[in-house]
Write a protein that binds this ligand. Structure first.
Ligand code: PLP
Length: 428
């Protein structure tokens, strides 16, 4: 489709994420994407450092994903999931049950990550209602988290860094433990665990579930915390009889170096949320998995789970997700992610010596340079586009999570651009 992109109309009529309509941030017109490259309308090619927000793990325009979607398109693009079922949904559910920790057996397919979180929260509420413990309707989470933009999800985002400060008076009030300070690779700080325990001791009988992003706190902080802490939280949940929701929407499918970040701690949640990379970044699809115990708890006494989106289990998206997971299983994602991790660690290390830089963090295929001061996003984007890379910082964080298929030279282009940015514009 070769029509011109009307930037003026875009500016006047289209919302972009987190922008105003009278002071929109600049946007770059993109016409195609292939492998790890985005092509802008003027022909400029950019090496993609963002994987379209964690999701494009196999690269753009992948022949196997294209084939999966095209072939499913010839059968049916969509059909309602009420009273009907289809092979893409059944086979995807079979795959997800096999891939995730053994206790997770039941799958709810929905449209997007935020909805998967809403579904998870609703599951815990219905679970406790049906156990005759309706008082358990609060959630406990950790500060600096991010779980999505819909209302129940916003209420468990960090009240300050979670982008939803405006709603603090309106949202459901939940309990927040301090963000764990213990770093990945180390053991849990006693204080962090104690803080979580004291909240459970004080409010345990009101708490339905703990919800957190395992090991990697993404959009709220881009921080990697101790797997030991996660293990201790799992134990506390068991001790206080509280459910654990793991939001692996960003970390699922290998990003942190394990297929799922929970594996770093060897734990299994009661409920698991997946999204983003589920379809390899092709289509919007999410999954909420739960244990038999949760499912039985909701379903006993003729209980039914009260959710059913119009596009539930969309066949095109399910077929694409199946192909994406097959690709992951057939390929050597582990060694690719490990190689990206090694290169990021090596090449971003010099940033530590720059005055503008607070800290450099790397885990799996995620590289983060935290600046001392907030970055001007529009200027930063222009700087990176000039250098032929697509990197979009926010706040004090400049970070990349490229497609796993990126080669060493393209990854070096990303890390060199980050160093130049941290040494140049970001230091002014
Ligand atoms: C992106 C994200 C979400 C929300 O997913 P959407 O598809 O944007 O609704 C929820 N939780 C985490 C951890 C995420 O990274």
């Amino acid at each position: 489709m070769d029509w011109m992109i009307d930037l003026e109309f875009d500016r006047r009529h289209l919302w972009h994420p987190y922008t105003s309509m009278d002071r929109p941030l600049p946007v770059y017109p993109v016409t195609r994407a292939n492998g790890v490259r985005l092509t802008l309308e003027n022909g400029t090619e950019l090496v993609d450092g963002m994987a379209s927000w964690w999701s494009v793990i196999h690269g753009y325009n992948h022949p196997r994903l294209n084939a999966a979607v095209t072939s499913q398109l010839g059968n049916m693009a969509h059909v309602m999931f009420g009273g009907l079922t289809h092979a893409p949904a059944v086979e995807l559910a079979r795959k997800l049950v096999a891939l995730t920790p053994a206790p997770l057996q039941k799958v709810f397919l929905s449209d997007s990550g935020s909805v998967a979180v809403e579904v998870a929260i609703k599951m815990t509420l219905q679970y406790w209602q049906n156990q005759n413990e309706p008082a358990r309707h609060k959630l406990l989470t950790i500060r600096k988290g991010y779980h999505g933009d819909t209302f129940a999800a916003m209420a468990v985002c960090d009240p300050v860094t979670g982008m939803h400060e405006n709603f603090s008076g309106i949202l459901q009030q939940h309990y927040f433990a301090e963000a764990p300070r213990c770093r990945f690779g180390g053991s849990a700080h006693a204080d962090d665990v104690e803080n979580m325990r004291s909240l459970l001791e004080a409010h345990g009988d009101e708490i339905a579930a703990v919800i957190l992003e395992p090991v990697v706190q993404g959009a709220g902080r881009m921080y990697f915390y101790s797997a030991d802490y996660l293990g201790q939280v799992r134990k506390l949940c068991d001790e206080f009889g509280v459910l654990l929701i793991a939001d692996e929407i960003a970390t699922g499918f290998g990003r942190s170096g394990k297929l799922f970040a929970c594996e770093h701690a060897g734990i299994s949640p009661d409920i698991l949320c997946l999204g983003k990379a589920l379809t390899g970044g092709y289509m919007t699809l999410a999954a909420t998995l739960c244990t038999d115990r949760v499912a039985e708890g909701i379903s006993r006494n003729r209980g039914v789970f009260m959710h059913g989106p119009t596009f539930m289990a969309n066949p095109l998206a399910c077929a694409c997700a199946l192909a994406s997971i097959d690709l992951l299983e057939d390929g050597d994602w582990r060694s690719r992610v490990a190689a990206i991790e090694a290169q990021l660690s090596r090449e971003l290390a010099p940033c530590r010596d720059l005055d503008s830089v607070e800290e450099v963090r790397v885990l799996g295929a995620i590289g983060v340079v935290e600046m001392k001061a907030a970055v001007d996003m529009a200027k930063a984007q222009a700087f990176f586009v000039d250098r032929g890379v697509w990197i979009r910082p926010f706040g004090r964080l400049t970070y990349i999570m490229p497609p796993y298929v990126i080669d060493a030279a393209d990854l070096a282009a990303l890390t060199e651009a980050i160093i130049a940015f941290a040494a140049g514009p970001a230091s002014l």
